[in-house]
Design a protein around this ligand. Sequence first.
Ligand SMILES: Cc1cc2nc3c(=O)[nH]c(=O)nc-3n(C[C@H](O)[C@H](O)[C@H](O)COP(=O)(O)OP(=O)(O)OC[C@H]3O[C@@H](n4cnc5c(N)ncnc54)[C@H](O)[C@@H]3O)c2cc1C
Length: 338
Amino acid sequence: MNVSPFSIKQQVPLADKNWFGTGGAARFYAEPSSVDDFSSSLEFARQKGLDLFVLGSGANILISDAGFDGLVLRPHNTSIMVTDRDSSKALVTAGAGVTIDALIAFCLDHQLLGLEELSGIPGTVGGSVFINIHYFEFFLSHFLVSARVVNVETGELMPVSRDWFAFGYDYSTLHARKHVLFDATFQLKIGTEIEAAYARGRSKEIDRHRRQRYPYKGTCGSFFRNFHDHEVTIVSNGKKMIYVAYYLDKLGIKGELSVGGAVVSHQHANMIVNKGNATSTDIATLARTMQERVLENFGIIPEPECQLVGFQGVGPLLALSARVQTTSSDVNKAKTAV
Ligand SMILES: Cc1cc2nc3c(=O)[nH]c(=O)nc-3n(C[C@H](O)[C@H](O)[C@H](O)COP(=O)(O)OP(=O)(O)OC[C@H]3O[C@@H](n4cnc5c(N)ncnc54)[C@H](O)[C@@H]3O)c2cc1C
């Protein structure tokens, strides 16, 4: 008899499965690979009335110290293949559990170009499509042409086109949490051998540059998302100042502001780093202090890009609903502070 290795485990620690290295355990935990595995885990959650959280490589999440009182699903479908090609372009399909670095390496091995601009960004295909990862002007959504998602309610696999995702900055339809990404198909340019060699060099260079410039361990990358144009009033060089790091930088908190074992990186004002002994509560409290300082000085509240898991609502963070209408005195105060 063919016995599937797939099983749902209980009380599985999550601290070793996220980049902050903090947080408690999952009450239930599964690593589905096949569509059947996905469907049966979702059925299990439905029958028991459990909350669901889909975990990638944990590079953009903060898990509560109390853990997650539901089912954590960590997609483990890790196949990558060239599914179609003509003389100039090819389609590559990658499972949700494939890491972005593995996908880029596969593409470069097959002389398929474009994704190397996203080199060095930690994460899986699932988490990266969820947030539409970006680096400077390059967005993952530029390459995605179609995907397959599993409906959380019915467990059914559904093919979807790029438009279905309604991609934006830090956004995709997956945020509604009604579907889990099963796999995604990317369209890439077929390069010559020389172009592929150049792309490999560029990939290494981007990765090296990122590791030198930003913290790479014990962090989720940028903790807060940049502001939208309509959320800010400060203008610099004729442009709305949307970069959250601009405001955080002005506070002089880099390498200075800390709570317990969590500190604002000395390299980047929008990155929080676990010095080694931080708890998730330390990290969340530090993030809230950063929000409060920005609010006091600029009248705006940074919103987390980092997904909070197992907290009630936004947990200890300032709720967006508390966002104050920027008054003219706030703006004057902000101008003075800048
Ligand atoms: C050092 C560092 C640098 C970073 N630099 C960048 C950067 O330059 N640009 C950038 O955009 N991001 C950056 N990030 C953030 C992070 O790399 C991305 O958000 C990445 O996509 C997270 O992928 P993950 O698999 O780890 O997702 P996780 O952190 O595990 O999950 C993130 C979200 O995705 C959801 N999710 C995961 N898998 C699925 C799935 N299969 N279906 C549906 N939802 C799913 C989760 O439920 C969660 O809400 C950085 C992070 C770190 C630690």
